[in-house]
Design a protein around this ligand. Structure first.
Ligand SMILES: C[S@@+](CC[C@H](N)C(=O)[O-])C[C@H]1O[C@@H](n2cnc3c(N)ncnc32)[C@H](O)[C@@H]1O
Length: 278
């Protein structure tokens, strides 16, 4: 299978083209009025990264976003981050993602939330985006680089499409100091689809692409607390109707437990690097 096919198959393995409807059905079953959706209604499923809404808000502050800015999201998934930043900071966000179904669902959700004129989603590889040189005021990638072997290429593409002086944030799962990660994990069913780098390697690759590093932080302790809570809730109440199992299938429970161990045993780390294009 091609690299693109491997990523898309992992992320939309369960529902395929029915993902949008499955999300709307889960919301309806939870008593949500899907004709009057709010960002918070879909937050449990459309922020596919550790820390969800709070992590994105912290990133928005670090990027110093302002009304009218043009932002790029590399690996935009279901578009929760793009919609949140557009709604809370008044900026315009263009996302790219390899998983076509995610781009279509992201667009459908943006339309339902009245944000279609502020966000757009393009099916493309983050290494080769459809955007012109130096068009964006800021950019970010959240939890996508662990599927991307060519980190230097990813950050070089970010540098190409950002304006000089633009801020860029990498919020990702990194390789930790412990043993190799346990699979299946939320980003890969087996090691063949996983390309973790250490935070130091990411920092070096960003410098090599022409970024000056402003901060590099490890948020793994927060990740451990989040996974402890998530597993306790799963064990006491069962999985929520609206959750990542809609995308990843029933294997998601095993992935969540493995990811808890990955963090507890320092096999992976949660890192946030803020940098600026020279
Ligand atoms: C765990 S999800 C994170 C989605 C989103 N950033 C978020 O935080 O909600 C990882 C996403 O990265 C996308 N992805 C992986 N490799 C990619 C690549 N080379 N180019 C574009 N998207 C990619 C996947 O399709 C998937 O939607």
């Amino acid at each position: 299978m091609s690299y693109d096919g491997m990523v898309a198959t992992h992320y939309s393995a369960d529902k395929g083209e029915g993902l949008g409807q499955a999300i709307l059905d889960a919301l309806t079953a939870d008593g949500v009025d899907i004709d009057n959706l709010t960002l918070m209604d879909i937050a449990p499923v459309d922020a596919f990264h550790v820390g969800g809404w709070e992590a994105t808000e912290r990133m928005g502050q670090a990027l110093d976003l302002a009304v009218g800015m043009k932002i790029v999201d590399l690996g935009s998934g279901l578009g929760g981050t793009a919609r949140q930043l557009a709604a809370t900071h008044g900026c315009y966000v263009s996302g790219v993602d390899l998983t076509g179904e995610y781009c279509r669902v992201a667009t459908m959700l943006a339309t339902r939330l009245g944000l279609a004129d502020q966000v757009s989603f393009h099916e493309a590889n983050a290494l080769d985006t459809p955007f012109p040189d130096a068009g964006f005021d800021a950019g970010y990638t959240q939890h996508a680089a662990m599927n991307i072997p060519d980190k230097a290429g990813l950050y070089a593409e970010a540098a190409r499409i950002l304006k000089p002086g633009a801020a860029f944030c990498v919020y990702d799962i990194a390789k930790g100091p412990g043993d190799s990660a346990i699979f299946p994990a939320p980003w890969a069913r087996d090691p063949a689809a996983s390309f973790l780098a250490t935070m130091d390697e990411m920092v070096e690759a960003l410098r090599g692409a022409g970024f000056a590093i402003e901060s590099a932080r490890d948020h793994s302790e927060q990740a451990r607390a989040i996974f402890r809570q998530r597993i306790a809730a799963m064990d006491s109440k069962g999985p929520p109707r609206l959750g990542f199992h809609l995308m990843l299938g029933p294997i998601h429970r095993e992935m969540t437990r493995n990811q808890m161990r990955n963090f507890q045993e320092d096999r992976v780390a949660l890192v946030e690097i803020v940098c600026r294009k020279a």
